[in-house]
Every structure is written in C-alpha cells, then in structure tokens.
Design a protein around this ligand. Structure first.
Ligand SMILES: C[S@@+](CC[C@H](N)C(=O)[O-])C[C@H]1O[C@@H](n2cnc3c(N)ncnc32)[C@H](O)[C@@H]1O
Length: 654
C-alpha cells in the first residue's frame, strides 16, 4: 500500500469551502486578457493603462451616477458569504423529484451562495424590488457582518437593539439607501445569467432614473433591450396630485450583446409553435432533406432515443449536422402535432423546422422571418394590478394577504418572450414576494409542455399583526400555525397554485414541486468562527461540525461549496455499517459517520470503490469524510490510499 496518499482536510482558507471568490475570478479574467499586466497575482496598473491606450479615462469628473457608499456597495458584492443553505424537506413539495427551489433568506447572501452552482446558468431573471416609495422596507445590509445581521433580523440569534423600519424620505439617505441595497445584488445577479440570458426589473417613476443608471453601469448601456411601459391599471389611481398613474416600467437588459441579438429570435410570436405535444399519439414523420435547421454541434448522430420527459423522440435513422443544418432526410417518431401530409404542405409553403440542442431534441416550427413579431415597448394586454389582486384573493380565499403582487399573466408574458423557442431554462426571482414568478413559470409549462425551472428567494420578512398592512397576512400565517413572515406566504402560494393547476389540468405531468432551503450560518465552525471568542471557537473546532446540524445540512453545504446543482439526485447506501451518500451519480461521495475504526477502513473503502465503479460518473469524483471519525492518521491514510489505488484521488475531510 502506498503511503503517499493523503486525505486533505478542508480548512477555512480553502477556496473549496467558501462561496465563490468574485475578486479572484475578476483577476483571473484580467490575467487571461492581459497576462503582461499581472505579475505574481498583482495588477500592474501602468502596464494595463499602456495596453488600453486612449480608452483609459483619467479625468476626475466622470459621466455616470455616483452616490455615497457606491464603493462600499461594490465591495459588498465581492465579500464572500460564510453562510449556507439548510434543506427543509418538511416545507417542500415533491422533494425527491422537483427541480425548483424556494430559498428563504436575504437575497444578497443567497446570491453569493448560489454563485458556484449557478453562475452563467440562469436564462432569465425577473425582479420586482421594493420601489422605495418612502413607505416600504429596504433591507439594511451591514458591510462588516451581513450574515449575523440577518440572523438577528430573523430572530435566530438574540436581536437586542436591532430595529427594522421603512426607508423614509426624512432619513436624509433616501435614494442612497436604496441604491446601496440594489447595486451589489444586481452585480451578483449578472454573474448568474447565461451569456444569452436576460434580466427584467419592474420599477415605477420614483427610482426608474437611478435604476436605469445603475443598470447601465452593471450591464452596460449597449445591453439595454427596452424600457417597457406596462399598463398597470384599468382604473386610474389618485395617489398623486399631478397625474393619474396608470403605468410603470419593466427595464430589460441582456447579459451580453450576443444575447441582445438572440432576444429577437425567442421573442413572443403567436405564430411560433412547438411541433411536439406530450398528449398526442406517437407518429412517424419524415422531414425532407434540407428542411431542418439546428443548434446541434456539427457532427454525426446515431439513431436512438433523445430528449427529456414528454418530448422524448426516437430518431429512426442516423444523420449528420453541418453548419447548423441537416442535409439528409430525417425520420423521427414522437408525439407530433402534424401529420405527414400537413408537414409536406407546410414545407411546400416554405416553412422551416428547427431542432433545438438545448434540452434534448425539441422540434419546433420556426415561423417565416417576415412574420416575426418583436415585442412592443408597450405592454398593454398582460394583466393589471387588479388582476393580481383578484388572483391572490381567489387563491387564498381572503383579500389583502399580499399587497404588491404582479399578475401571473405579466410575468408569464415576459418569460415567454425569452424562452418561447426552447421552453426550458432556469428562471430566477430574488424578490419573490407572493411567488407570482413561480406560478407564471408553472402555468406556461402547462400551456406549452415546457420544462422551465424556477428559483425564488424571499426574505422571511416579519409580519407584525399590529401593523395595518400586515394584519391579514399575519393572521393567515397564525391560522396555518406557521411563523409570521412573508416567506410562509410565498410557500403557501406555491402549494395552492400547484393544487389549482392540477385540478384544472389533470393530465399535466410536469414539475409542480419545490425544494425549500433556508439561509443560516455555516455548518462548519471553522468556516464560521465566533469573531468575539476566537480561542474558544478554535478549541471547539476539534470536531468542527456544529452539533445541532444534520448530515443533510452538511451534505447540501458541500454541494453549494463544490458548485453542484441543489437539485441533483442524492442516493444513500449502507456500506459496512456506515451511511454513504452519492451525489449527482457519483460526482461526490460523502460519508459523515462519527466513527471509522482501523478495522472498518478496508471494507468501507472497498464498498465505496465498488459503488463508484457501478455508478461510473463522467467526471472526477471527490470523496469527503468527517475528520474526527478516524481514530488516528494511519486509518485516514489507509483509506485515502485504497481509494487512490482505484482512481479516487480527491479525498477530503471536514
Ligand atoms: C414588491 S415585492 C415582490 C412582489 C412579487 N413580484 C409578487 O408578485 O408577489 C418585493 C419583495 O421583496 C422582498 N425583499 C425585500 N428585501 C429583500 C431581501 N434583502 N432579500 C429577499 N427578499 C427581499 C420583500 O419582502 C417583498 O416581499
């Protein structure tokens, strides 16, 4: 047995144990672009300036929005989080199968924690932040310790002296507070978007000017798609002395300029139709030569089953892709909408068919370019606030549970404009409120058989039964015997919306569940030291997994810190008397048993090796054990050595 094998203990300094380090990744990107300007990990500004020539702006007074705290707000986005997300299956629906997430927590911390797993993977973000009307609550970020602020706010640790109140115009920092809250969140949100992704932000007259400026700063003014005007009311409100406010805005930005161009392609057009419908009987269709364009990579494709869920297709003959087109005839069997005769007639009229590569083989009819309809800058038929009011009242059976909801149809329209052609992708809303975005995603999936996923983030904002605008919601939560906070309303909305959809569309077999996670401090003491009592905190870290946390808590923290999707399947097996978990089909193997004796090392390692072989994961596997489980270093080294002999070289302990 080799003695060189080691089980590396993950420490607080390890990049593997932290949320994404945005600063380090920025430097890495600079290094790739300008290697000459980076020496020994530091930037040489003089060299960088030379490389950028006349594009450098050295003037003192610059164009753009500045406010007190901007520098700090930027820094806030760069500081890693020392929190985690704890799974909460008891609040969830269809925990084992769902791909949707509902996360309770302050969205700044949560956006940081999601970076490793979801950076560059989100297709669409919709947010409807507090509009800063002078009456709404603006979350008070604390630069030096945002997570403890949160834990105090939510009452998870003593909250002496911690006050929350609305951001009032009298505060003297009215716009500043709001901008400081929005800016770091938008920066983190951008990093989550895919290159063809986009963000929609609802806002009213009050902050639209400054929001547009910070979005120009964060996303680039060249990535602005449109400042859509949404007709929000059928009847005029009289809140202002100067005018009746009938509209508000939806600012839309693309993540990249390429994404901007793609927006048109996926844009809403009632002529663009899927050619596959889950409920149809299976037919065989022959697509004549040169009629199918595709986003599949160039190459040879074998016959066989492709696609996911409902849109599963069987390719009856092999085919080749070159330059985004399939040259030969394509024979496919699947639940098609058209017959062969209809297909032939359409082809004769010049209709082309597009085979998407995004999520399996979805075949959709692409309308002729000249019939393409880009979305109007006026959104006038996508529901109003009155609709939202009625929708919620009918779902909850009581009025005014949540005051500022958007109508399902508005968000559904926005989601459709982006995901119409692919009918898939992750939709994120990190100011979830009553959860309308999730409802909109589910209802769109029902309508077109898509499999879009959602991620919601909502603060468990306290509901005070003594405050007029909270009273109904607080009573509602109390009636459910739930804590009095807004996140409980969000989850209840999702449950009720799912039930309604099931009743109305009993044939729908798509995903109506959601996994609940809650923001908390790390499960690992060393990664979350008590700043006020460092010596004691270090002593306790002999077994540095916190005593009141479960194996599942630790397992999901590993998923987050190693950058795995929070919905990947996890299997559990008993191997020589120990619980062992395989995550994502063997990408991560975790055993958190309290004790592993020298005698148990051999059988346990062999069990893991055999399971790993059976799973045959595509990439490298990381194995993780509890550091304090081993009687001594010999046991640890032996285990690492056996695993290494069988190709499992990434072995870690906690
Ligand atoms: C205007 S509402 C969103 C309404 C939503 N579009 C709907 O249709 O129900 C804004 C929500 O953001 C939440 N929020 C405010 N600050 C937050 C923060 N720091 N983290 C997470 N949620 C926050 C508020 O609790 C509120 O529910």
């Amino acid at each position: 047995m080799t003695t060189e094998a080691t089980m590396r203990k993950l420490t607080a300094e390890d990049p593997e144990t932290r949320s994404a380090d945005v600063l380090a990744s920025n430097i890495e990107q600079l290094k790739t672009l300008f290697p000459e300007a980076v020496t020994e990990g530091r930037i040489d500004f003089d060299v960088l300036k030379q490389l950028l020539g006349g594009a450098v702006d050295g003037r003192e007074e610059k164009y753009g929005l500045n406010w007190h705290g901007k520098r700090r707000a930027r820094q806030l986005a760069l500081t890693p989080s020392n929190g985690t997300l704890r799974p909460c299956p008891e609040d969830s629906v269809d925990w084992d199968t769902t791909q949707n997430l509902m996360i309770e927590g302050d969205n700044l911390e949560v956006l940081k924690l999601l970076q490793k797993s979801y950076a560059g993977r989100v297709k669409l973000i919709y947010i409807d932040p507090p509009y800063n009307t002078g009456k709404d609550f603006v979350y008070p970020d604390k630069y030096d310790d945002n997570l403890s602020t949160y834990l105090r706010y939510t009452g998870q640790v003593s909250d002496e002296g911690f006050k929350t109140s609305s951001n009032t115009e009298a505060s003297g920092r009215f716009h500043t507070n709001w901008l400081n809250m929005m800016y770091p969140r938008l920066k983190l949100a951008k990093a989550l978007l895919s290159r063809d992704g986009l963000i929609f932000i609802s806002i009213d007259d009050g902050e639209v000017g400054s929001l547009r400026e910070i979005c120009d700063d964060v996303f680039g003014e060249e990535c602005l798609i449109c400042q859509f005007v949404w007709i929000k009311k059928r009847k005029g409100s009289h809140l202002s002395d100067t005018h009746r406010s009938m509209t508000e805005y939806v600012l839309a930005y693309a993540r990249t300029k390429e994404g901007l161009a793609l927006y048109g392609e996926g844009a809403y057009s009632d002529k663009l139709q899927p050619l596959v419908k889950k409920t149809n009987t299976v037919k065989e269709l022959c697509f004549p030569a040169c009629t199918v364009t595709t986003t599949l990579d160039d190459g040879e494709y074998a016959a066989g089953d492709r696609g996911e869920g409902e849109s599963r297709l069987k390719f009856l003959t092999p085919f080749a892709v070159a330059d985004g087109a399939i040259a030969g005839a394509l024979q496919v069997s699947g639940p098609f909408v058209w017959t062969q005769a209809k297909l032939n007639a359409e082809m004769a009229l010049g209709t082309s068919v597009h085979l998407s590569s995004r999520f399996g083989f979805n075949v959709g009819r692409h309308d002729q370019a000249e019939k393409f309809k880009a979305p109007s800058s006026l959104i006038d038929k996508a529901g109003t606030n009155e609709d939202a009011y009625e929708e919620l009242a009918s779902l909850f059976g009581v009025e005014r549970v949540f005051a500022f909801a958007k109508p399902v149809s508005l968000i559904r329209y926005l989601v459709q404009t982006v995901t119409n052609s692919v009918r898939s992708g992750i939709v994120l809303d990190f100011f979830a409120g009553s959860g309308t975005t999730a409802h909109a995603v589910a209802s769109l999936n029902v309508a077109d058989g898509g499999n879009r996923r959602f991620i919601l983030v909502q603060l468990p904002q306290r509901l005070d039964p003594d405050e007029a605008e909270h009273r109904v919601a607080a009573e509602f939560c109390a009636g459910l015997r739930k804590p009095l906070n807004v996140a409980e309303i969000t989850k209840e909305r999702l449950r009720r919306a799912a039930k309604k959809i099931k009743t109305e569309s009993p044939m729908f077999a798509g995903d109506l569940g959601f996994r609940v996670f809650k923001l908390d401090s790390s499960n690992i003491r060393e990664w979350d030291p008590d700043r006020n009592n460092l010596p004691a905190s270090l002593e306790e870290s002999v077994d540095h997994l916190k005593a009141n946390r479960t194996e599942a808590d630790i397992l999901y923290e590993l998923l987050l810190k190693l950058g795995l999707d929070l919905c990947v399947p996890i299997e559990k097996k008993r191997l020589s008397g120990k619980d062992v978990h395989s995550v994502g089909g063997g990408v991560l193997i975790v055993c958190l048993a309290d004790e592993i004796t020298r005698d148990q090392v051999g059988p346990l390692a062999e069990g893991i090796v055999a399971w790993h072989e059976a799973l045959a994961p595509a990439g490298d596997t990381t194995c993780v054990f509890r550091d304090s489980a081993f009687a001594d270093d010999v046991a640890k080294t032996n285990l690492a050595a056996i695993l290494e002999q069988h190709g499992l070289a990434n072995v870690r302990s906690l």
